[in-house]
Ligand binder design. Structure first.
Ligand SMILES: Cc1ncc(C[n+]2csc(CCOP(=O)(O)OP(=O)(O)O)c2C)c(N)n1
Length: 637
């Protein structure tokens, strides 16, 4: 189903077309853009509230800037749907996040308007600053703008970028898109600070006067600007309780402005083009703006609601006829509370993903023992390490892809000191529609080389629960990876029992070929085996459960018995589980033919998880094919 754009939007094939519109048409174009996003996302799914919140900002930016020459960087990029639609991708927008279609995030190879590939938060200031400094070096006069949310602003990298920008004398404009929301409500002292600035009425009144004056004076050259800057700075620090955080970092602070007044935004952006040096414009917006259920309902749900009825606002949920297995994240969330009730040393930590990780269950049940620390993965890990030094057992839940941010903290702050932090890596393996920025492809490889760290992955809900239970008794760091989505056990609340660290299990006896799997992907091997049985093939299947330590006893048995081994992992092949098995094999003097199935050394784009597994040859059929090509029986036929 192709969604028809509104009359004006239908004529906009690039920002140049937008610029041709008279100013009095900007409100209409915003309305049509907003409607087009609603129409599309309600049918095809994707991120929602964030893009609605920046419709006016998007239109104003492309109206005023000379894109693609001027460099516009969106932080995270989940809010850039309007940007994509205005920059020549309107007719393909229905393929957003679909296998082979548009990416859900800005991507350099997709469009010249996407100046920087994004997906992980808090990178925009550093990237845009690098561009600005690079342009200056090349004597280019173009504009550089980073648009960053208040959630992304909590990430350390944003501060590292501002710290540098403040002394850089580059013409960088940072636009702070402040909607008080991350995915969940934003957290931390910065949030309170931003609210303080926003609600200081006296300051805002005086600021408006200064702004008008500034508009008049900025055309008169640098000395006038210097005077106004001093006046303005003085007013700000007198009127605000604290001195201005951004001004302290040498960034000129403008705002707050209404981020939904497109005409005013266009004027402000135009004015700011004339003001040299690094600066920040504070825009107040509402997530979900213009779509009632998203704006005034549960903004977290409407961050990425899935498909919905745009008239009633009802989010479509599948209504299965029989009980379904739970999501792994929910098994984690409920089991953590269960464990924490039994053991008062257990704590929970998440960097800005309470709903996504289901740590919100513990945050609600035990608010003093579970923490959302903001989009701050590095801090989450070292904070957990600190808790562990006090005899506590933190469960630090970080998506596999975001754990990449905190690698040094895992090595330096946790593992070298052998501290008992339990890392739960959600979304391990292919993330699906979010694509390569979000695939949890590398964690097995990057974790298995760290001393002291246990690397475990459950094949089902029961194993996840038992691994969490066992991790509490471990004296050092322990990691558990599990994928996005559901497990396989509708009756998931099994009795807790310990799994000895490094002990795998046999799923199915067999002959000729042994399939060794790690984690949930093992269920594909079960499916493959069922299919192969119909063809008279009977591979053995082992659920190894641990990449580190590997189960040596089981491997002696396997390599003693089988000369053909297949390893399967939802992770990168280089240095991953299959590599670990081959290393073990050579270290112990065995010789077998080993075929490794997993993610190749390439960027794999977006699609459903199954589509991507198929592309990489480790869907059930891919595993079956590997067995067939190996099997003696098959060869004899
Ligand atoms: C490093 C990293 N951690 C976590 C996330 C998950 N994430 C995506 S969007 C988002 C919230 C961003 O909030 P904000 O910047 O305020 O933008 P908004 O959605 O409110 O417009 C989070 C936590 C991420 N993309 N990157």
């Amino acid at each position: 189903m192709l969604i028809e754009p509104g009359e004006l939007l239908a004529q906009i094939n690039s920002p140049d077309d937008l610029k041709k519109l008279p100013k009095d048409k900007l409100v209409q174009i915003c309305d049509e853009l907003r409607q087009f996003i609603i129409d599309n996302v309600s049918v095809y799914g994707g991120h929602f509230g964030a893009s609605l919140g920046v419709v006016e900002l998007t239109v104003a930016l492309h109206y005023v800037l000379n894109t693609p020459e001027d460099q516009l960087v969106w932080d995270v990029g989940h809010q850039a749907y309007g940007h994509k639609i205005l920059t020549g991708r309107r007719d393909r927008f229905h393929t957003n996040r679909v296998y082979g279609g548009l990416s859900g995030f800005p991507k350099r190879k997709e469009s010249e308007y996407d100046t920087f590939g994004v997906g992980h938060s808090s990178t925009s200031i550093s990237a845009a600053l690098g561009m600005a400094v690079g342009s200056k070096y090349k004597k280019s006069n173009i504009q550089h703008v980073a648009v960053i949310g208040d959630g992304a602003m909590t990430g350390g990298m944003a501060f590292e970028g501002m710290n540098h920008a403040g002394v850089s004398d580059s013409n960088l404009l940072i636009i702070l898109n402040d909607n008080c929301m991350s995915i969940d409500p934003n957290v931390g002292a910065l949030k309170d600070y931003l609210t303080d600035i926003t609600t200081s009425h006296t300051y805002n009144k005086v600021k408006d006067e200064v702004w008008k004056m500034l508009g008049k004076l900025s055309k008169f050259g640098s000395s006038a600007q210097e005077i106004i800057s001093k006046v303005e700075g003085g007013i700000k620090s007198t009127l605000l309780n604290q001195s201005n955080l951004f001004e302290s970092l040498n960034l000129r602070y403008f705002g707050p402005v209404d981020g939904h007044d497109v005409n005013h935004l266009a004027e402000v952006l135009n004015d700011l083009k004339d003001i040299p040096g690094p600066k920040i414009l504070h825009c107040i917006t509402a997530k979900g703006k213009g779509y009632e259920p998203a704006e005034n309902g549960n903004q977290t749900t409407w961050h990425a609601p899935g498909t919905f009825d745009k008239v009633t606002g009802e989010i479509y949920k599948k209504k299965p006829s029989k009980p379904q297995p739970p999501k792994y994240q929910d098994v984690f969330g409920h089991t953590l509370v269960e464990l924490a009730e039994m053991d008062d040393r257990i704590m929970g930590v998440t960097p800005a993903m309470p709903s996504g990780s289901s740590l919100n269950i513990m945050m609600k049940a035990m608010p003093d023992r579970a923490f959302d620390v903001g989009i701050a993965e590095q801090h989450a890990v070292t904070f957990s390490a600190g808790l562990a030094t006090r005899g506590l057992i933190p469960f630090c839940n970080i998506y596999s892809t975001f754990m990449q941010r905190a690698y040094d903290q895992v090595v330096h702050d946790v593992c070298l000191q052998n501290l008992p932090v339990v890392f739960c890596l959600d979304r391990a393996g292919f993330a699906g529609a979010d694509g390569p920025t979000h695939h949890g492809a590398y964690d097995i490889a990057y974790f298995r080389c760290i001393p002291n760290l246990v690397v475990a992955a459950p094949m089902n809900e029961e194993e996840l629960r038992n691994m969490m239970f066992s991790a509490v008794a471990e004296e050092g760091p322990y990691s558990i990876r599990y994928p996005r989505g559901t497990g396989v056990m509708p009756e998931w609340k099994t009795a807790l029992s310990k799994i000895p660290t490094g002990q795998g299990r046999i799923v199915k006896e067999g002959e000729d070929v042994a399939i060794l799997t790690i984690g949930h992907i093992g269920n594909y091997a079960v499916e493959a085996s069922e299919e192969l049985a119909k063809e008279g093939l009977n591979p053995a299947h082992y659920d190894m459960r641990f990449v580190k330590p590997l189960d040596g006893e089981l491997l002696h048995e396997i390599f003693g018995k089988f000369k053909k081994v297949i390893t399967v992992e939802d992770g990168c092949l280089m240095g991953g589980f299959g590599s670990a098995v081959i290393e073990w094999m050579t270290d112990h003097g065995y010789q077998a033919q080993v075929k490794r199935l997993g993610i190749p050394d390439e960027v794999i784009e977006h699609g459903t998880q199954l589509e991507l597994h198929r592309e990489c040859g480790f869907d059930p059929e891919g595993i079956a094919e590997a067995v067939r090509s190996f099997s003696e029986v098959a060869k004899a036929k």
